[in-house]
Design a protein around this ligand. Sequence first.
Ligand code: OOG
Ligand code: NI
Length: 463
Amino acid sequence: MIAKVSPDDIRARFSGAMSAMYRDEVPAYGTLMELVARVNDETLAENPELRARLEASDTLDRISEERHGAIRLGTAQELSMMARIFAVMGMYPVGYYDLSTAGVPVHSTAFRPVGEAALKRNPFRVFTSLLRLDLIADTTLRDEAAAILAKRQIFTPGAIALTEKAEKQGGLEAEDASRFVAEVLETFRWHDKANVALSMYHRLHDAHRLIADVVSFKGPHINHLTPRTLDIDRVQALMPEYGIAPKAVVEGPPTRKCPILLRQTSFKALEEPVSFDDGKGGWQSGTHTARFGEIEQRGIALTPKGRALYDALLDETRKIVRPAADGSNAAAYEAALADVFKAFPDDWATIRAEGLGYVSYYLTEKARADLPSTLDVEQLIADGYIGFDPIVYEDFLPVSAAGIFQSNLGDGAQQDFVASPNQKRFEADLGAEVLNEFDHYGSIEKASLEACLAAFARQIAAE
Ligand code: OOG
Ligand code: NI
């Protein structure tokens, strides 16, 4: 039998290929990558403790390679096929995000690697949204949009054939894996020739900009790729110097000593030339605004208790100041956010002790030299036999995602829909259930603690 390439390796290669393609398509993304690399190097140089912690937890190397992307799909068939393709790369749907509450007619999941080893190898994720035509009031337009979507094929025959082959034989051999990466990349490519006439584009656009973005094109072009930074405030401050105009406020929690969850900021989408079908075998020129850049800083994954506190504090802040799309009250928002979030403990020991965040436990140097007299976990931590590192949040935040959507759809895109989460429908369209992110972090934490205790038990038995 010829050896199969591991799904993790296919994902790493795919992530690299996608990054190279997007850098060609959107040069500002390349500039942003340079800026992020510089800030990450500087942050590590100034902060030996952070470097040591990342090195010890074997997560330093993944950071410069780390990114996420986003796509928006049009139909259930597209979503279920996409899920099969991502599975070949070891990426599985985690979490359900309802964006209708925020005025965006989609619901979403994140395809990502699950499990520590896979995340360490390459944590590439894709925030994947499915358009909800059911939220469009104009039923004629809804039917027309559905008919246009039904006709397109966003996957190459090669991508489909190789996915079927991988499913049948339990993976891909080297040559097939290379072809798979190239074929799948085609689905994410930008097309400057639209699927529709300019008049139809305008009708879709008037219903919602996002509908035009999904329905008018041959495929779900990657709309951003997001590198991970170790200091988002510094990158945000340096962006203008690099000729990039950031959105007014950073989404997520405020600046803190102990980062929690996820902070994100983006630069506005580009207005790009597009040719529309003129109905006479020719093209009519127009433009479309969709593709942008984003950066993010990741912090500790919160438990349901920690997440509830985060949600409540964010809500409280937004009642005091609602960030305006034009950035006019950005300073007031940031001040309110910092003030309200004083209620969230900002040291690792308290975050752990109060059960607000997930941590990964490890045996300290002391534990290797000396046998403890107790197996009481809190005592072992207090006595310095067991140490812990925050577990990084690998997922997304619905309010932040809505802010990112809004900023790249244009300031006027805000629209009210009746909140209507429909996870069951989403999972039926996906052909699978989404994984629960909390279960996943909980099991990593539990396994790390059990490994420590088992090591002590072995030592005691050997005495
Ligand atoms: C996805 C926006 C959400 C994030 O990082 O929260 C997102 C989109 O615009 O399609 O990528
Ligand atoms: Ni994003």
